[in-house]
Ligand binder design. Structure first.
Ligand SMILES: [Zn+2]
Length: 208
């Protein structure tokens, strides 16, 4: 069997603590799943992983507390964005769901409205996060809450309707529709600044 560095073993232990699947761990650290299972057995026997398992449970409990009853929907959204970044080979900027909770919920623990249209999600749900710069992954500073469904047609959701355009052109068109005439570029700039400032504010919150 190939010898693995203490560094790798520590990394595997940490990932087991986070209750990641052996398949995922195996892919991430490039250690065969069989070896990981052997280590897990060893760590459970000597007590290392029992303690960590408890830590994992405490982590989940804390995350649930912070999520104000929205943990399930937040976790689903979180895993979804992690997956799409992985599929697209983009950098995912979070290491656990608790770091992202404030993107989905405001200070009072209520779901944030869509930054673009102001609509609120259905009861018990949260909106997903829109990447402002679509060349980047889901990273702090690049994310705002954005609606992804609409009672009549998902194409009317901001997420889908903006997907083929630059944010600026799409915002300009929305403002023109609202006002019924062309709008000065200053107005578009102001709207853009609001959106970017929320993205920045949310990104900085995560660092505390
Ligand atoms: Zn919207």
């Amino acid at each position: 069997m190939k010898a693995h560095s203490e560094e790798i073993r520590k990394q595997v232990l940490e990932l087991l603590r986070q209750q990641r699947s052996q398949k995922e761990i195996s892919e991430r650290v490039e250690v065969p799943a069989r070896t990981i299972e052997d280590w897990a057995v060893e760590w459970r026997k000597d007590g290392t992983l029992v303690g960590y398992k408890r830590a994992g449970q405490e982590f989940t409990n804390r995350a649930k507390q912070m999520s104000n009853g929205y943990y399930k929907t937040i976790r689903k959204r979180y895993l979804g964005m992690r997956w799409t970044d992985k599929e697209a080979g983009r950098t995912f900027g979070f290491s656990n769901p608790t770091q992202a909770i404030h993107y989905y919920l405001d200070e009072s623990g209520n779901p944030r409205p869509c930054i673009y249209c102001g609509r609120r999600p259905d009861a018990g749900k949260v909106w997903g996060l829109d990447r402002i710069d679509s060349s980047l992954g889901h990273q702090p500073g690049n994310l705002v809450p954005c609606c992804s469904s609409h009672p009549e047609n998902p194409k009317l959701s901001c997420q889908l309707s903006k997907s083929k355009f630059s944010l600026r052109s799409w915002i300009e068109m929305a403002l023109m529709r609202a006002y019924g005439h062309e709008v000065p570029s200053l107005l578009v700039d102001m709207r853009m600044a609001e959106i970017l400032s929320l993205a920045k504010e949310l990104g900085e919150k995560g660092q505390n």
